[in-house]
Ligand binder design. Sequence first.
Ligand SMILES: Nc1ncnc2c1ncn2[C@@H]1O[C@H](COP(=O)(O)OP(=O)(O)OP(=O)(O)O)[C@@H](O)[C@H]1O
Ligand SMILES: [Mg+2]
Length: 540
Amino acid sequence: MIGRPWGEVLSTSAGDLLVIRPKRIKLPFWMVLLGLLLRWSGRLLWWCLRHPVVTVSVVLALWLYVEFDWPGLVVPLVLAATASAVWRWRDESSWWTFLAGPLLGSCRRVFVYRRAWREAMTLCGLAEMYDHRPVLPELLRVRSDQALDVLTVRMVRGQTPEQFQAVSANLAYAFGRRHARIYSERPGDPPTRTGHAAWLLRLVDRVRYRDRPTLVYLALVRTDALRTVVPPFAVPAVPDFTALPLARREDLRTWSLHLLSTHVLLGGATRSGKGSVLWSLVRVLGGGIASGLVRLWVIDPKGGMEFGLGRPMFARFAGTSFEAMADLLDEAVEVLRERQTRLAGRVRVHTPTEADPLVVVLIDEMAALTAYLQDVELRKRIASSLGLLLSQGAGVGVLVVAALQDPRKDVLPFRDLFPTRIALGLTEASQVDMVLGDGARKRGALADQMPRWAKGVGYVILDGTPDPMRVRFSYVSDDDIRDMARQYPAPVDASDILAQVGRETATEPVRLPLPRKPSGPLLPESLRNLLDRDAGGDAR
Ligand SMILES: Nc1ncnc2c1ncn2[C@@H]1O[C@H](COP(=O)(O)OP(=O)(O)OP(=O)(O)O)[C@@H](O)[C@H]1O
Ligand SMILES: [Mg+2]
């Protein structure tokens, strides 16, 4: 039975309904005032304990003012501003990490996000009702850098990061920004620690970067770093195939492609800047092309319009005849077969060397080969070579990097065989998932909403997380291409790779006879002895 509330019963209706006036305790005025004062002081004390930096600063400022009047405030402020300016001038990145970022983050937390939090969460549909009361996601921390504000948010019990990802655009506009991204794990990798205290810092990092499934990270783009054209990256003498710098990320870091052991599919509408992605890749491979560590086999069905300028860099090139393109692909399959025979039983993954280079088959406008080609026989031949290359080439260093405009299955039947995908501006929302994989658009890859200026801007999926990242690829101009072609031509003997490696066939391995197994437990001892004796007799 439910207990009756404390108070005076005013009336009872015919049913069980009781109308009760709560009992009031009358207190003297001084006691109420004292209670209120105690409550406010308690709150103030708690606030001071939670914000020690602000408290100490205010106390210090008051003390300086009382002791030295106005100069006591102005002189330290001028000194601090000068020190900060010098710090920024000497090392801007550490200045952002340790001073400006946390300071700006704290200010924006109080003056921007906290003020709009309740309204934004409710109107974006992230407030839940529990026990007849609204429960909001909790804003824990704001960290700013040059480009982004990263908000650490504790979800309401029962929410998932997908719910936040579904309303990421609403969240961006709710806080007056154009782009927002939701990360289910803390964005950014732990820093590499060196020096004496590295072990301690690594321990701290393990705690800081631990998996925290109750949190989501909302990154709001404060200053869009992708609005300006990205200049070409420096060409490394020896390319690191696991991290080829190609694009600028929203957070001003560099996005690098892991090319080794993968095939890359690049989807983008016409004039979206596919050329700049392919040329950025060619550029960072330049050092390897000249030294012979990597061979580019290029198919340019636009008659050489896109890649003709860089012809000296390419070991093989087909631009006009589809027959020649089919031959090129067949030969790539031959290289694949030769490598499989040679490497089988020795290694499981091919490591590129100058004697045995990485072969990258670069295809612009792939649909011209797989869908729009009139000659059915030729199309079938191309399809079968492509299928083989895509399904078996990654491990033996014969990779395919293909660009196309229309990612539908009937245009590109091998879509699923590309492990790495890049989506530039696309024309339809459904194409985003076709290029980047199921659910990518829901997770914030709005490649179909690219503004007109966003040439070479696209979405990539970062290694190790399912969350898409917005990047802008470097723009390689025609003059840069001419320079590259002069500086990094492929070696003279680059075209005939099969003649260079020499074919070998793997020989049958020497096999040892199997040792006789110990007898199974199912046979009785006497029978086993009998069998063993017989076997011994046979052997003699
Ligand atoms: N990263 C970039 N930064 C700035 N401008 C770019 C970038 N990439 C391309 N552009 C510009 O965008 C235009 C189209 O680029 P591009 O020819 O590479 O597109 P595409 O996707 O290959 O088009 P198509 O399908 O017609 O071949 C060009 O005028 C180029 O100057
Ligand atoms: Mg193009």
